[in-house]
Design a protein around this ligand. Structure first.
Ligand SMILES: Nc1ncnc2c1ncn2[C@@H]1O[C@H](COP(=O)(O)OP(=O)(O)O)[C@@H](O)[C@H]1O
Ligand SMILES: N[C@@H](CCOP(=O)(O)O)C(=O)O
Length: 316
């Protein structure tokens, strides 16, 4: 479930009076999602999504509002936060920070087809192209520094073989990604899994859940996408989806030589990033609310595949 803070019609009807979005017709809690409380709100004029922030550092919320405003102004398919009559987006409701968004059309693709991969690749390439000029700043919370500091916490829960695998990998990444300025940086989504996109048929309705958004290596974002969108059940890269995504991405932002060199290792580092974050959720820092944790094994498998098989050739 993802309604941690229940709301009633009267609370939301009164909340909506701050906006020019019409009067409440229906209020529906959204079951999916893992971190925040989400409601679908229908008014006599609009379909909206209401998010109450349940965790995280609330001081970071203005960064996410600025990022979404910026991407929306640049016509990226994201839900730009609705601003109230005074021009303010970030609100408070039931004692929690709250944002209202337009409801985007579509569903999360479970098995994305090639047209959907092309649409996502093109949108991500555009996001990274315009995101290089975004002036906000938030360090990547899941970068190499985090891997270095956090991986020790889970080693004791792993088999000796996996302990060696994880420790050796992190050591290797230090050699490859130690130079912070080597790769192009800008605004990134930071967690662009299939379930953070909505597709209406082959049309990308939008990209949601920017709360891992930050400023960091663009290649980090792209590697997260390829590992999630283009891996088969055995963790192998599917050449069709891989090439569709990367060709569309590069039509908007060609990769630099330094990025091409770093690519195989970035696929490995971002696989380990999720292996580790999922292990941390299970063993070290379980969420306050009861939720089914994501499976760490999926990303251990992907990591082992990338080590054994390397990356596929990058399209030109
Ligand atoms: N702007 C939006 N338009 C349509 N559906 C949305 C929108 N934002 C969120 N949702 C729906 O709400 C669910 C939970 O939102 P999400 O931001 O992913 O929550 P959480 O941060 O708790 O994981 C999504 O899976 C999606 O179904
Ligand atoms: N989408 C992720 C969860 C978000 O990552 P986190 O590092 O912020 O916990 C997943 O599938 O594990």
């Amino acid at each position: 479930m993802a309604v941690f803070t229940p709301l009633d019609d009267a609370q939301v009807a009164s909340f909506l009076e701050r906006f020019d979005t019409g009067r409440l017709v229906t209020l529906e809690g959204v079951a999916s999602g893992t971190e925040n409380t989400t409601f679908f709100v229908t008014t006599d004029r609009a379909s909206l999504v209401l998010t109450l922030f349940e965790q995280g550092d609330h001081e970071e919320l203005p960064f996410f509002v600025d990022l979404l405003d910026y991407l929306d102004e640049h016509r990226l398919p994201v839900p730009g936060p609705v601003h109230d009559r005074r021009g303010i987006a970030l609100q408070s409701l039931a004692g929690k920070p709250a944002l209202l968004f337009p409801r985007l059309p579509g569903r999360h693709p479970r098995a994305p087809n090639l047209a959907q991969c092309r649409a996502l690749g093109e949108a991500l390439g555009r996001l990274h192209h315009v995101g290089q000029r975004f002036e906000g700043h938030r360090p990547n919370p899941r970068d190499l520094h985090w891997l270095l500091a956090s991986h020790h916490k889970v080693l004791g829960y792993l088999t000796p073989e996996d302990q060696t695998l994880m420790a050796d990998e992190v050591d290797t990444y230090q050699g490859v990604f130690g130079d912070a300025d080597a790769l192009p940086r800008g605004a990134i989504h930071g967690d662009l899994f299939r379930d953070n996109t909505l597709f209406d048929g082959d049309t990308l309705g939008g990209i949601i859940d920017f709360y891992n958004g930050c400023t960091g290596d663009l290649l980090f974002d792209l590697a997260i996408v390829i590992n999630d969108w283009a891996s088969d059940d055995d963790g192998r890269l599917d050449p069709g989806r891989h090439d569709a995504l990367l060709t569309a991405y590069q039509s908007q932002r060609p990769l630099t030589d330094a990025e091409r060199d770093a690519w195989p290792m970035m696929l490995r580092m971002t696989a380990l990033r999720y292996w580790l974050s999922r292990l941390l959720v299970i063993y070290v820092d379980p969420p306050a609310h009861e939720l089914t944790p994501h499976d760490p094994e999926r990303f251990r498998l992907i990591l082992k595949r990338r080590i054994a098989e390397g990356a596929l050739p990058l399209p030109a």
